[in-house]
Design a protein around this ligand. Structure first.
Ligand code: NG6
Ligand code: CA
Length: 513
């Protein structure tokens, strides 16, 4: 029979143990970091100063890099926006699903609402999830024509985001309005919005019929409806009060990103902040006009950097910096003339938007998918530089690992848990990555194989070196990052091995260990 003293001691011990346990629980819960993913649009590897740009200074991106881990071998899965974003959110290569190419603004949602997504993984871990900025993954079911004046769904809310404030597609595509959750902002039943990608609306001016009125002329495409004096892709009628002002877009997105952080600061939160900068039409706010010698394209980089700074400042102000994981990247490589006469070509000077790499947006050369990628998490990640190969698609499995979520094999099937690389605990990420722009290429270690494909070697309008060639290409990226010296003939065995590896990955996802 224990004495009163022993019983008291046991009780105290149990209490201390329980309290200690709870403190440990609380500490574990407190350790769950907030996550902000900042996604540039068409920002090239060489477009920010911490990756070597001289003609433009990006102090806020650099500040992130100084306090974080800067990756030199990080990839978007594709050389255009929609497929890259599809992969980011689904953890699956976009080439596996038909219909994941650059979408028109009236396309239906291309992510099944049934599947596991990056925001759903985090939501299951207790996160509040939000998307602000460019969506470009479609809206609505596609079963009937989408009524832009009613509830717009399914969309971000149905694939895992608790909050969304988006533009449907791109800045150069109609509808030129913001959609908050399920509604267009500023919608007016007396001035309903109609969208068509097939036909002009009778009597409406277009970039062809009233070209001389345009505030920014087009160089190719972009000559359908005129919105705010700019020709767009697609036709739009109505919604005059709801239309965005291009020059205010960065501020509008920024404000909604900051509001989300302020609202959710007491929970772990995940903010997917997808800027429109530096996509066309490049129309930065007048605060940024003339900040570089490169015209609108350079000034849009400064506007991109401003948004990064605003988000980081807010984290500082709220005391959230230490335990917030901030990742910055871009959806595809750079392009100079993407359809508007904004003098990007003429004013480029010595600037190298893709850094040391060849090609850019639309290309299977490294410039198409090798992008800036910075990870900052002061509580956990030591500053430095990592050469690990990582893909944006890997955030899916890595965040699952970070937050203790178990994934079924079908969830994020191509996503690899590269958390040790992201945290700087390992110099090794994935061993191979597929690069996609119509056709495929694969990097395995230092070697890159580009499968033969038809099509022009240089894209006519954008002047992009596409990597299309009837011949197979093999490059040693360690010795030849600019992919100049094709070794396919000199190294037939290696070329065949990489071709076989690519064929195997293209056929099926590699099961996660
Ligand atoms: C192209 C557009 C280009 C850009 C791109 C998508 C023309 C002539 N070109 O079709 O301007 O909008 O699609 O860019 O219309 S992305 O970054 O969203 O993938
Ligand atoms: Ca893009």
């Amino acid at each position: 029979m224990p004495t009163f003293t022993t019983r008291f001691a046991l009780l105290c011990g149990a209490l201390i143990f329980a309290t200690g346990f709870c403190v440990a629980c609380a500490a574990a819960a407190a350790r769950q970091p907030n996550i902000i993913y900042i996604y540039g649009d068409d920002v090239g590897y060489g477009d920010v100063s911490c990756y070597g740009a001289k003609a433009v200074s990006t102090p806020n991106v650099d500040r992130l890099a100084r306090a974080g881990l800067r990756f030199t071998g990080a990839y978007a899965t594709s050389a255009t926006c929609t497929p890259s974003r599809f992969s980011l959110l689904t953890g699956e290569y976009a080439f596996r699903q038909k219909g994941t190419g650059v979408l028109p603004g009236d396309a239906p949602l291309i992510i099944s609402t049934e599947r596991m997504t990056l925001p759903k993984v985090l939501r299951a871990a207790g996160y509040r999830t939000g998307v602000v900025g460019k969506w470009h993954l479609g809206l609505g079911t596609g079963a009937t024509e989408l009524d832009w004046n009613a509830d717009i769904k399914p969309g971000p809310r149905e694939v895992g985001f608790d909050y969304s404030f988006i533009m449907a597609a791109t800045g150069d595509r109609v509808p030129c309005v913001y959609v908050e959750n399920h509604k267009i902002v500023g919608t007016n039943p007396k001035d309903p919005i109609k969208i068509s990608y097939e036909h002009a609306f009778p009597g409406q001016p277009t970039g062809v019929t009233e070209r001389d009125t345009l505030r920014m002329d087009w160089s190719h495409g972009h000559n359908n409806s005129i919105v705010n004096g700019v020709g767009r892709i697609g036709f739009m009628l109505g919604g005059l009060q709801a239309r965005w002002v291009d020059e205010d877009m960065a501020d509008v997105f920024c404000q909604h990103g900051l509001d989300f952080i302020r609202r959710e600061k007491d929970h772990p939160f995940f903010l997917y902040y997808a800027t429109h900068d530096i996509h066309v039409p490049r129309m930065p706010n007048k605060r940024f006009v003339g900040k570089t010698t490169m015209g609108p394209r350079g000034d849009a980089i400064v506007e991109f950097d401003f948004q990064v700074g605003a988000l980081l400042d807010e984290l500082d102000r709220l005391g959230l910096t230490e335990n917030t994981l901030v990742i910055l990247s871009s959806d595809n490589g750079p392009v100079i003339d993407d359809g508007y006469k904004d003098r990007a070509v003429e004013l480029l000077g010595n600037h190298q938007p893709a850094g040391p790499f060849r090609g850019g947006k639309y290309s299977r050369f490294e410039g198409g998918t090798r992008v800036p990628f910075i990870v900052r998490w002061p509580a956990r990640v030591k500053p430095g530089v990592s050469d690990a190969i990582v893909s944006q698609m890997d955030l899916f499995a890595s965040f699952a690992a970070l937050t203790g979520q178990k994934l079924a094999p079908a969830d994020g099937p191509d996503s690899v848990n590269v958390l040790p690389a992201l945290l700087g605990e390992s110099p090794v990420g994935r061993d191979h990555v597929v690069e996609y722009a119509n056709k495929l290429a694969i990097r395995v270690g230092d070697w890159k194989y580009i499968e033969p494909s038809p099509g022009p070697a240089v894209q006519v309008n954008t002047n992009t070196q596409t990597a299309n060639s009837p011949q197979p290409q093999l490059y040693n990226l360690a010795l030849d990052p600019g992919e100049k010296n094709n070794l396919a003939i000199a190294e037939p065995a290696r070329t065949a091995a990489l071709a076989a590896r690519l064929a195997a990955v293209a056929k099926a996802s590699v099961p996660r260990p």
